[in-house]
Design a protein around this ligand. Structure first.
Ligand SMILES: Cc1ncc(COP(=O)(O)O)c(C=O)c1O
Length: 427
C-alpha cells in the first residue's frame, strides 16, 4: 500500500518539492506520528519547526471547530472577532512596541511584506541580507536567501539592490577568523558595505535571523545583534528580525531577539504561530505601520478566521501549560547531554543552540563537514522511531527541534537513540 501511495504521489507532484521521509501518516498527536504501517515515531522535526505545541493540539482543534460555525473566510470584506482578538494577543507577546500587524499565510509572504514595508516607508531601495540566510522561496524572499546557491539557480535576475553581509557563524567564520582573537570583523565588514557599496541613507533595511535556521542553527555572539541594532538606529535603517523559525517559543522565549535584549523595527512571524494552520504576520510599530497607506499591500487569504482562532488557542496553550519554561528547561538538559557526548565523539564538531533549537554539526578529522556520517545517524534514528532532519549548506548539521511540550523523559529517550546511532556509526 505504501509503495502504491508513493507511486501515485510521484505521478501527481513535481519533484521540485522534496520530502524528508517516506512515512505515510495515519495519525499525528502531540510529539508522536503513527504511520499506516503501524510504526510510531517521535517527531523531532515538528513539521519543520511548526507544530510547536505538538500535532493536533486539542485546544486548537476545539477553537478551529468553533470558528467553522461562524465564518471561515472574509477576503478583507468583513471584520471578524478572531482576527482582532488574535492581534491583541500577539501584541501582548511581541517585544517592545511592535504593536501593529499585517497578516498573511506563510513565512515567505511575511518576508515579502516586511521588505515592501521597509522600502515604502523609508523610500530607500537597498536591503542587506546575510550569507547563510533563509527567508523563503518567493522571488523577493529568494533574493534575500543565500543558504545555498541551489535555491537560486536559474531564477536570476533576482531583486536588485540586495547586499550581502557574512552571518556571524563563529564555528566556520566566513571571514576566516577565530572567535578567540576576532574583534567582530563581521561588523567591520558590514560597515564597509555601508562605505564602499551603498550609502547609509540608501539602505531601507537589514534583515537577519536572530538564530540562523536552515543555514545551520547558528547562534550569533550576544554583542553582534546589539551592535547591529545600534548601527541601524544610527543610520535610520530598519532592522528586520526574521523570527519565522525562531519565534513562538522555539528558543525558550516568545522570540529569539529577547535573548539578545534587542527589539527590531519589523519582525516576521510564521510557522508555530497557529500550530500548522496557515498564518503569518509582519509586526512593526505604529509609527512605521501608519506610513503604509491603504492599498500599499494586500491579501485575499491572509489572517484567515480559522487560522486566527488557532493562533489564539496556540498562545493560550503556551501560556497555560508554561511551555516557554519547559522548552528552556528541556533544551538546557539536551544541550548539556549533547555537550557531554561531544567529548566522547569528536565527529560532533559543534553543538549549539537556544531552547529547543539545537544544531549538531558533524565533521571529519580536520573539521570538514561529514555528510555521510550524518546520513547514517539520521537513518539509525529513523529506524528506532526518531525523526530528525538536517540543515546547513553541506547538510552535515542535525537539528533538534522537538515541540515545546516534549518532556524530560521523552528528550532523554531521543538522546539515547541519537547517542546509540552516533556510537554505532563511529565503530
Ligand atoms: C527564517 C525563515 N524565514 C522564512 C521562511 C519561509 O517560510 P515559508 O516556508 O512558510 O514560506 C522560513 C522557512 O523555513 C524560515 O526558516
Amino acid at each position: 500500500m505504501k509503495n502504491n501511495i508513493i507511486t501515485r504521489a510521484k505521478k501527481l507532484f513535481t519533484p521540485a518539492l522534496a520530502f524528508h521521509t517516506d512515512i505515510i501518516v495515519k495519525k499525528a498527536q502531540g510529539l508522536y506520528v503513527e504511520a499506516t504501517d503501524g510504526r510510531r515515531y517521535m517527531d523531532f522535526s515538528s513539521g519543520l519547526a511548526t507544530t510547536n505545541i505538538g500535532h493536533c493540539p486539542s485546544k486548537v482543534i476545539e477553537a478551529a471547530k468553533k470558528q467553522f460555525d461562524e465564518i471561515i473566510h472574509s477576503g478583507c470584506t468583513f471584520r471578524y472577532n478572531s482576527e482582532i482578538l488574535f492581534a491583541e494577543k500577539l501584541k501582548e507577546i511581541t517585544p517592545g512596541k511592535l504593536d501593529m500587524f499585517f497578516f498573511s499565510n506563510s513565512g515567505a509572504e511575511a518576508v515579502e511584506g516586511a521588505i515592501k514595508l521597509a522600502r515604502f516607508v523609508t523610500k530607500r531601495q537597498g536591503i542587506i541580507a546575510y550569507t547563510g540566510a533563509f527567508h523563503g522561496r518567493t522571488m523577493g524572499a529568494i533574493s534575500l536567501t543565500a543558504s545555498t546557491a541551489k535555491y537560486r539557480q536559474n531564477y536570476h535576475p533576482l531583486l536588485t539592490s540586495i547586499f550581502r553581509a557574512p552571518y556571524p557563524y563563529c564555528y566556520r567564520c566566513f571571514l576566516g577568523q577565530n572567535p578567540d582573537t576576532c574583534n567582530m570583523d563581521c561588523i567591520s565588514y558590514l560597515k564597509n558595505i555601508l562605505r564602499y557599496e551603498i550609502n547609509t541613507d540608501e539602505v531601507a533595511a537589514i534583515i537577519i535571523e536572530p538564530v540562523l535556521g536552515e543555514g545551520g542553527y547558528v547562534v550569533p555572539p550576544m554583542n553582534y545583534l546589539k551592535e547591529l541594532r545600534r548601527l541601524c538606529a544610527e543610520y535610520g535603517i530598519l532592522m528586520i528580525a526574521d523570527e519565522v523559525q525562531t519565534g513562538f517559543g522555539r528558543t525558550g522565549k516568545w522570540f529569539a531577539c529577547e535573548h539578545f535584549g534587542v527589539v527590531p523595527d519589523i519582525m516576521t512571524i510564521a510557522k508555530g504561530i497557529a500550530s500548522g494552520f496557515p498564518l503569518s504576520a509582519v509586526a512593526s510599530t505604529k509609527a512605521i505601520m501608519s506610513k503604509w497607506p491603504p492599498g500599499a499591500h494586500g491579501t485575499t487569504f491572509g489572517g484567515n478566521p480559522v487560522s486566527c482562532a488557532a493562533g489564539i488557542a496556540t498562545i493560550g496553550t503556551i501560556k497555560a501549560d508554561k511551555l516557554l519554561e519547559n522548552a528552556a528547561k528541556v533544551g538546557k538538559y539536551a544541550m548539556n547531554r549533547l555537550k557531554d557526548m561531544q567529548k566522547k565523539y569528536p565527529v560532533m564538531g559543534d553543538v549549539r543552540g537556544l531552547g529547543l533549537m539545537i544544531g549538531i554539526e558533524f565533521v571529519k578529522r580536520g573539521g570538514s563537514p561529514d555528510r555521510e556520517f550524518l546520513k547514517k545517524v539520521l537513518n539509525g534514528c529513523y529506524k528506532k522511531g526518531l525523526i530528525l532532519i538536517e540543515c546547513g549548506i553541506d547538510k552535515n548539521i542535525i537539528r533538534f527541534m522537538p515541540p515545546l511540550i516534549t518532556t524530560m523523559k521523552e528528550m532523554e529517550k531521543a538522546l539515547e537513540i541519537f547517542e546509540k546511532a552516533v556510537a554505532k556509526t563511529t565503530s
